[in-house]
Design a protein around this ligand. Structure first.
Ligand SMILES: [Zn+2]
Ligand SMILES: [Zn+2]
Length: 230
């Protein structure tokens, strides 16, 4: 607790200094009910992207929050960062984790209020989290102000309706991913993550993979939502 307090205070001082220099400050994160709170440091190192894939749509439907999470074409805006830049200041015990299948991404959310937090791989050495925009929305600052413009639109074939949105920024996103994860691996900073234990690399909560019946039900909700725009 002491160390996290110290860290928060330290960041507070850094913010004041950054503000004086007119630089971007850490961006707050919280779940809808406020049990989970934290912040993203160094927001401008993020890659902002929209993913239209069916599994991201399925995650939104699983949470029952598709109206807030998905845009009108079924896209999920994600803010991709190194997990070391994410600090949770409270509510870590409320984190829950699901996987659509045994091989799927680890999809983290607030168990208290079903707010999506972000997606990671299962291996914490490949250091990466795609934060879902809803936990970063705040009346005081736009995502554009903190993280810069959206730079990538991916998996557009799975977007709802037609014509499909244009795919863009895939190369940039791959380069960002390689550079970020390599850096974290080389400096060992992949261990600084709220989602995995630093010593063993095990997820802090056991992810729950959906049963095939649950998956079928979620995917039919995704398909039904797509019918609207056909
Ligand atoms: Zn909550
Ligand atoms: Zn996706």
């Amino acid at each position: 607790m002491l160390s996290s307090n110290r860290r928060v205070c330290g960041v507070g001082r850094a913010h004041t200094a950054q503000l004086k220099r007119g630089k971007v400050v850490a961006h707050p994160l919280q779940c809808r009910c406020g049990a989970i709170k934290g912040f993203v440091d160094t927001p401008l190192s993020a890659n902002r992207a929209v993913c239209y894939c069916r599994t991201c749509q399925a995650f939104a439907h699983f949470l029952g929050r598709e109206a807030e999470i998905l845009d009108e074409r079924g896209g999920t805006e994600v803010i991709q960062i190194l997990p070391k830049y994410l600090t949770l200041t409270q509510g870590t015990e409320a984190l829950a984790c699901m996987r659509l299948t045994q091989k799927g991404l680890h999809r983290w959310y607030a168990g208290c209020c079903k707010t999506p937090i972000g997606n990671t791989l299962g291996n914490f050495k490949i250091s990466f989290v795609g934060l879902v925009h809803t936990c970063l929305e705040t009346p005081n600052r736009t995502l554009q102000d903190s993280f810069g413009p959206i730079r990538a639109w991916v998996n557009t074939k799975s977007a709802k309706g037609s014509p499909k949105p244009k795919t863009a920024g895939v190369g940039r996103t791959i380069l960002w991913f390689i550079a970020a994860t390599t850096k974290a691996r080389m400096e060992g900073s992949y261990r600084h993550t709220p989602f995995f234990r630093a010593d063993t690399g095990a997820p802090i909560v056991t992810p729950r993979a959906l049963s095939s019946a649950e998956l079928t039900s979620v995917m039919s909700a995704v398909n039904a939502a797509r019918e609207d725009l056909r």
